[in-house]
Design a protein around this ligand. Structure first.
Ligand code: FAD
Length: 625
């Protein structure tokens, strides 16, 4: 029998980013004993890195904004592949979730008349991002943590124990979900410091583990984004959708090499920054696709006027959705018009006074000064695309965030559907709050509905422990670091921003080879803080996720959002109707099947002009008018 510590909860939330914390707050407020488990330090989730802001149609900066406009922008950004019900709930509920944060103690930047200030971002018709300088994620996490502390103080008043109903297990990694028959019965993991095992006995698990960027070499994501939740869900029998859609943010740092990929926030362009090639040309005017032509300026004068008078001018093309800007930068560099270090120039220094830049973009100013010795108030930045966000994730019910596995819920970046083929900037922070809350609520309702609590089988615990210790058992195998590097390079080179059939076939060949090598990998030392072992366990997940991305990308024969095929350059309305669903087969390999999209509700279809719908939908999907 495996030696471990055991804990019993109603709901276990895996992940302490925005989605996890909001889910845990909700589950606890619904009266459920709740655990939050996170593999990094508490407060160091990815959400903390979010810079630009949280999108919500509050109408503070432009009173024409409302949830319908936000819904339309989100669907356009996702090229109509989004789960429309999720996009609807998101647009409707985001303003309440932002207000609610202020009741928890957040303080967003203000307009001169005291309302929450909102800034421009790509693909959003109106200034819509509530923000705190360029450190919005930090404020969001700080506030949610503060709310957790206040709930714990209430619990102390009532029970004498701060952690009676809500407890955080930090630096603790979950490696397996456990089931009783079809239903979730708990989660198994280890303390990163001691390597000791830990078991959570719980009928409901909310996955809020974030993204998958560490499968790619150049990424804005930090070490914990290894697709754990995606892989845990699959091993438990859940399905993933939209995995072919990876967002390459157009502006990551390209120099020096040690910081390549670190994000340069879209706020730089939202606040007036422009992209130029090595010839000094503002090249984005050449890259406005037909579907967006009517909404974007054709001349620099019109684009510049828009910042002061958005109602009478069209938007600058630097603010196209991210997939369009990333492809344009890629093309400029390939055509030999890139910067010395293989990017393009992003210039805010000639557009805003120095003091305005340091006030609005303090983190960017600091980041470039410290890491690249570039003063962004005086010279342009060099930037290029970086793997940033995964649109794909666990297939969930939009209203309850439940997966197909009873008791398993998912919210935030680990969930799929909401953003379709491409996420608009700012729509993640609002997604975390809207669907984190819904997942916490869904889990609580599910627990209440149970007649009997699912039981954990001791044999499953032993199997999870054996699997976790497997890398120590083999001698003379490879170390995980070299395999990880090769995996990242393969995904970057062969399933990156522009994809070709033969390259993806090649990637799948390499992934099959990595599978064999991972099974024979060796980890030195023992279980006390052993980063090699941690990486070995994460690698299994990265491999599964990479297989999903490569297989789904090979299958989808069109280009849409975060999936660009060199051999199928256009969007295809027939493909828009299809979702690619990834599940594990009996041997642990990834199986991809097709599922039909649920047609959009008629009242939502009516929010669009027929001419616009014709660009995306098949004839039989168009409304009869
Ligand atoms: P996270 O915040 O990443 O939290 C994941 C949690 O899961 C962590 O606590 C981690 O430790 C834990 N975890 C993972 N695996 C395990 C495991 N096996 N066991 C236990 N715990 C585990 N979006 C916006 O809307 N606006 C922005 O301005 C913006 N700026 C961004 C800037 C940067 C640099 C980056 C990288 C992203 C940005 N995004 C932005 C995207 C947004 O920040 C993320 O999509 C979002 O924060 C994800 O939140 P989450 O709650 O899903 O996951």
């Amino acid at each position: 029998m495996t030696e471990l510590e055991r804990h019993t909860y109603d709901v276990v939330v895996i992940g302490a980013g925005g989605a996890g914390l909001r889910a845990a707050i909700e589950a606890r407020e619904q009266g459920k004993r709740t655990a939050i488990v996170c593999k990094s330090l508490f407060g160091k989730a990815h959400t903390v890195m979010a810079e630009g802001g949280c999108a919500a149609a509050m109408g503070n900066a432009n009173s024409n904004d409302n949830w319908q406009v936000h819904y339309r922008d989100t669907m356009r950004g996702g090229k109509f592949l989004n789960n429309w019900r999720m996009a609807e709930l998101h647009a409707q509920e985001a303003p309440d979730r932002v207000w609610e944060l202020e009741t928890y103690g957040a303080l967003f930047d203000r307009t001169p008349d005291g309302r929450i200030s909102q800034r421009n971002f790509g693909g959003h018709t109106y200034p819509r991002l509530a923000h705190v300088g360029d450190r919005t994620g930090l404020e969001l996490i700080r506030t949610l943590q503060q709310k957790i502390v206040s709930l714990q103080q209430e619990d102390f008043e009532a029970t004498g124990d701060y952690e009676a109903n809500l407890k955080v297990y930090a630096e603790c990694t979950v490696t397996e979900l456990l089931k009783d028959g079809d239903a979730i019965s708990g989660a198994f993991g280890y303390w990163r410091e001691s390597g000791r095992f830990i078991l959570f006995d719980a009928p409901a698990v909310v996955l809020a583990t974030g993204g998958v960027g560490k499968s790619f070499k150049v990424t804005s994501n930090s070490w914990e984004y290894t697709g754990d939740g995606h892989a845990l869900a699959m091993r438990a029998g859940a399905t993933l959708i939209n995995m072919e859609f990876i967002q390459f943010h157009p502006t990551g740092m390209v120099w020096p090499p040690s910081v390549k990929g670190i994000l340069v926030t879209e706020s730089v362009r939202g606040d007036g920054g422009v992209l130029k090639n090595s010839e000094g040309k503002r090249f984005m005017f050449e890259y406005v696709p037909d579907v967006f032509r009517e909404q974007y300026a054709e001349t620099e004068d019109e684009a510049d006027r828009w910042y002061k008078d958005p109602d009478n001018n069209r938007r600058p093309p630097e603010l196209l959705p991210r997939d369009e800007v990333a492809r344009a930068i890629n093309s400029e560099v390939k055509a030999g018009r890139g910067t010395p270090h293989g990017g393009v120039f992003l210039d805010v220094s000639s557009r805003l006074p120095a003091e305005e830049i340091t006030r609005r973009l303090p983190s960017m100013h600091h980041q470039f000064k410290e890491l690249a010795d570039v003063d962004i108030t005086a010279e342009p930045m060099e930037v290029g695309p970086t793997c940033h966000y995964v649109m794909g994730g666990v297939e969930v019910d939009p209203d309850t965030a439940s997966s197909v596995v009873p008791g398993l819920f998912a919210a935030g970046e680990v969930a799929g559907g909401m953003h379709g083929s491409n996420r608009l900037g700012g729509n993640s922070l609002s997604d975390l709050l809207v669907f984190g809350r819904r997942a916490g609520m869904g889990a609580a309702v599910y627990v209440d509905s149970l007649q009997e609590r699912p039981k954990i089988d001791e044999a499953d615990i032993d199997a999870a422990a054996t699997e976790a210790l497997a890398p120590f058992e083999l001698e003379g195998g490879e170390n995980p670091y070299s395999i990880h590097q090769e995996l990242q390079q393969s995904m970057n080179d062969l399933v990156g921003i522009i994809r070709k059939e033969e390259e993806m076939e090649q990637a799948l060949g390499r992934l099959a080879e990595f599978r064999g090598r991972i099974a024979k990998m060796t980890v030195e030392g023992h279980r006390q803080f052993n980063p090699g072992w941690h990486l070995a366990l994460d690698l299994r997940n990265m491999l599964t996720v990479s297989e999903c991305v490569a297989k789904a990308a090979l299958r989808r024969q069109e280009s849409r959002g975060g999936h660009t095929r060199d051999d199928y350059p256009g969007m295809n309305a027939e493909w828009r109707k299809k979702l690619l669903v990834c599940a594990l087969d009996a041997d642990g390999g990834v199986n991809v099947t097709e599922e039909q999209q649920i047609p959009m509700r008629e009242d939502l279809l009516e929010l669009f002009e027929l001419d616009e719908l014709k660009k995306y939908l098949t004839d039989e999907e168009l409304p009869a008018k």
